[in-house]
Design a protein around this ligand. Structure first.
Ligand code: C2E
Ligand code: CA
Ligand code: CA
Ligand code: CA
Length: 276
C-alpha cells in the first residue's frame, strides 16, 4: 500500500542517516585512536610446503573503550576516505620494522619476514618512499625482511606512478606482493609490467578450490604465470587440510589461513614460530 511504501522510504532514510552518523563517529574516534594507544598489530603466520613459518602478515587491530573491537574491514575504508590512513599506515610500518628489529638477533625469529598492507592512497602519497627510507634507516633492519602488500586495483589504476615507486623500493631491497590477486580486472596483462616478487591468490578462489573446477583452474593458471615471471605464490584463506594438500600438489609455494593459525598477538606468534 501507499502507507507502507512511505514507511519503507522513511526507514531507508533513517538507515542512511544512521550509517552516516556512525561513520562520522568512527572517523572522529579513529582520529584519536593512535594518540590513545588503541591500535595494535596482529600477526598471521605464512608457512611453506613443509608447514614451517617463514613470514607473517601484519594485520591492524583497533580496540576502542566504548565501541569495542572494530574490524579493519569497517575502519580501513574510513581511514582511507579521511586521509587518516597516511598517518596510521606510517605507524603500522614503523611498528612492523621495530618488531623486526627486536627479532634481529634471534636465530629463528630473525629469519621471519613481515608483510605489511599498504593502501593505495598511502602508497601514492608523495612522501611514502622517503618516510619508509627513514624508518629503515632509523631501525637499521634488513630491508629484504619487509614486504609491502599492494592490491591489484590500486596498482592498475595508477600504473606509471606505481611502477616507478616499486622500482625505487626494489633498489632499496624492499619486496612487493600483489594482494587479493584474481578479483580485479585484466590482472594477467598488467602483471608482467610490475616488478613484484610475490602474488597472493585471493581467498575467494581458495574457498571453493575443492568443489569448483573453475576456481581450481584459475589458481593453476595463476601458478603457471607466477612461475614464468619468477614470482612466488601465496594461497590465502586456507581453512582445511584438503585445501592445503591440493594447493601444494598444484605447486603453490606458501600458505596462509585459519588451518595453520588465525592472526594472533606477538607473544602467541613468537610461541607458534618456536613450536613450528
Ligand atoms: P587482507 O589483506 O586480504 O587480509 C587477509 C584477511 O583475511 C584478514 O582479515 C585475515 O584475518 C583474514 N583471513 C586470514 N585467513 C583466513 C581464513 O582462513 N579464512 C577467512 N575467512 N579469513 C581469513 P582482517 O584482519 O579482518 O583484515 C581485513 C582487511 O583489512 C585486510 O584484508 C586488509 O585489506 C585490511 N587491513 C588490515 N590491516 C591493515 C593495515 O595495516 N593497513 C591497511 N591498509 N589495510 C589493512
Ligand atoms: Ca593483505
Ligand atoms: Ca588478501
Ligand atoms: Ca581482501
Amino acid at each position: 500500500s501507499k502507507d507502507s511504501g512511505g514507511n519503507t522510504y522513511r526507514f531507508y532514510d533513517q538507515l542512511t542517516q544512521e550509517s552516516i552518523e556512525k561513520n562520522f563517529a568512527l572517523e572522529a574516534a579513529l582520529g584519536l585512536a593512535l594518540a590513545n594507544q588503541e591500535l595494535y598489530l596482529n600477526y598471521q603466520p605464512i608457512v611453506n610446503v613443509a608447514k614451517q613459518v617463514v613470514a607473517a602478515e601484519v594485520l591492524l587491530r583497533w580496540s576502542h573503550p566504548t565501541l569495542g573491537n572494530v574490524s579493519p574491514v569497517e575502519f580501513i575504508p574510513i581511514a582511507e576516505k579521511s586521509n587518516l590512513i597516511i598517518k596510521i599506515g606510517h605507524w603500522v610500518l614503523e611498528q612492523a620494522c621495530e618488531q623486526l628489529k627486536t627479532w634481529e638477533a634471534s636465530p629463528v625469529l630473525g629469519q621471519i619476514k613481515l608483510s605489511v598492507n599498504i593502501s593505495a592512497k598511502q602508497f601514492l602519497y608523495i612522501n611514502f618512499v622517503q618516510e619508509l627510507r627513514e624508518i629503515l634507516a632509523r631501525t637499521g633492519i634488513n630491508p629484504s625482511l619487509l614486504k609491502l602488500e599492494l592490491t591489484e586495483t590500486a596498482v592498475i589504476d595508477n600504473m606509471d606512478d606505481v611502477i616507478h615507486k616499486i622500482g625505487i623500493l626494489r633498489q632499496m631491497g624492499v619486496r612487493i606482493a600483489l594482494d587479493d590477486f584474481g578479483i580485479g580486472h585484466s590482472s594477467l596483462v598488467y602483471l608482467k609490467k610490475l616488478p613484484v616478487t610475490q602474488i597472493k591468490i585471493d581467498q575467494s578462489f581458495v574457498h571453493d578450490v575443492l568443489t569448483d573446477s573453475n576456481d581450481a583452474a584459475i589458481i593453476q593458471m595463476v601458478l603457471a604465470v607466477g612461475k614464468t615471471i619468477h614470482c612466488d605464490i601465496v594461497a590465502e584463506g586456507v581453512e582445511q587440510v584438503e585445501q592445503f594438500e591440493l594447493l601444494r600438489e598444484f605447486g603453490c609455494d606458501y600458505f596462509q589461513g585459519y588451518y595453520f593459525s588465525r592472526p594472533v598477538n606477538v607473544a602467541n606468534f613468537e610461541q607458534f614460530v618456536s613450536a613450528s
